[in-house]
Design a protein around this ligand. Structure first.
Ligand SMILES: *Cc1c(COP(=O)(O)O)cnc(C)c1O
Length: 386
């Protein structure tokens, strides 16, 4: 097989630790649904899903029927379940229902359509009613709740009422607390209304990573965990709340699952006062040695790190100089002895005693952690490591 210009390694032990930590936080009852939308937050569905299964995960959440089909191909356990939380085109409903993939419903028409398809297939559609509690994104309008539940009750042979759920609008930031508390109250009130119709779902779920880690009241029968399982804290607020809850001043229970590597492609001696790369954004302040790396913004390395980012070579930090191009960028290796073409370069992760964190990227860009990782191209090969 031909070689790609960079590679991503996924640490099994880190993932195992993260799942163990999440389980400690939420207790034994709730199902952990591993959120693997956006190609498992850039970690790669194909590699990540079987790793998660090895850690005991049997439930996966995605944002589309396309992603559901990717997960379906990747799963290795017959009892692993898939749930679609986002876009589901009517033409995909037959595949989804036939494959027993569950899905969020947030309007009445979807419910009627699902019933028709389920009847045609002689199957049950597995439904999670997503309730509008104040997020004002997707969510079944409050006024349609009784009508929807009555419909589910009437057609229970073809519509399995598996869950009711909601999603919090920015629970990772304490500044949004007032809004979250109102959403939680609305959810409980709506659940009471469902109960009055006399047809209860098998489970209730509201919590994403931040909710599950810091707000026990939001943890119900299932938690939908993206960010945290990959070893990223949803926000500094949530990390600080963890420290307060445990009384520790420092703790690192979440381990980064991903590391991202490439190799030195070319070395160049540059004379003082020469410009490096496109334009005039970097002028050599002295004679220097520059390493050229074989990837750029088209490969997921943010252009915003031009003249700002760092990589690791021989365990030492080498600063990015000049602009990050489409397929190459340059780093200064003047202070790192004996660098050769082919030497390993760490873009994210550890090398000897140094580390480049995902968070360090976001100190220079407006991007949040999730944005950086989820944009890593599909084409980069991913591999599970111990
Ligand atoms: C993405 C998503 C999640 C996971 O969120 P994290 O904060 O990454 O854990 C949970 N629920 C829904 C509806 C989502 O879209």
């Amino acid at each position: 097989m031909v070689k790609h210009s960079s590679r991503i390694h996924l640490s099994h032990s880190a993932l195992k630790q993260n799942i163990r930590f999440i389980r400690e936080k939420i207790g034994t009852h709730p199902v952990i649904s591993s959120v693997v939308k956006a190609n498992a937050f850039g970690h790669g569905i194909e590699t990540f899903v079987p790793m998660a299964e090895k850690c005991g995960i049997r439930h996966f959440s995605v944002a589309s029927s396309y992603e559901a089909s990717e997960v379906k191909k990747a799963i290795t356990h017959d009892d692993s379940r898939i749930m679609i939380m986002g876009i589901l085109y009517p033409e995909d409903l037959p595949w989804v229902i036939d494959n027993e993939v569950s899905f969020f419903v947030f309007n009445f028409e979807q419910l009627e359509l699902a019933r028709k398809v389920a009847v045609d297939l002689g199957k049950q559609a597995v439904i999670h009613l997503e309730l509008e509690t104040g997020g004002n994104r997707t969510g079944l309008p409050s006024a349609e709740l009784e009508k929807a539940v009555r419909f589910l009750k009437k057609h229970k042979n073809h519509l399995q009422f598996e869950g009711i759920c909601t999603h919090f609008a920015g629970i990772e930031s304490l500044a949004n607390q007032f809004r979250i508390l109102r959403q939680l109250k609305n959810f409980h009130d709506m659940y009471k209304r469902v109960r009055r119709v006399g047809h209860l779902p098998r489970m209730k779920h509201t919590a994403c990573s931040a909710a599950a880690l810091a707000f026990p009241d939001t943890v119900m029968d299932m938690v939908r965990i993206g960010t945290a399982q990959y070893g990223m804290w949803p926000s500094p607020d949530i990390y600080n709340m963890h420290l307060m809850q445990t009384g520790k001043v420092k703790d690192a229970p979440l381990k980064r699952v991903m590391s991202w590597k490439t190799d030195v492609m070319h070395l160049k001696k540059v004379k003082r006062d020469e410009f490096v790369g496109y334009g005039t954004s970097y002028q050599a302040p002295r004679d220097m040695t520059v390493a050229v790396l074989p990837l750029g913004y088209s490969n997921g390395y943010p252009k915003a790190l031009s003249n700002r980012g760092y990589v690791l070579i021989h365990g030492k930090k080498a600063p990015v100089i000049g602009l990050v191009n489409m397929n190459v960028f340059m780093v200064d290796v003047s202070n790192i002895p004996d660098v050769s073409v082919g030497d390993e370069v760490v873009l994210i992760g550890k090398q000897r005693n140094n580390v480049i964190t995902i968070k360090s990227f976001t100190e220079f860009t407006d991007a949040i952690n999730n944005e950086l990782v989820s944009r890593l191209p599909m084409a980069i090969p991913r591999r599970a490591v111990r």
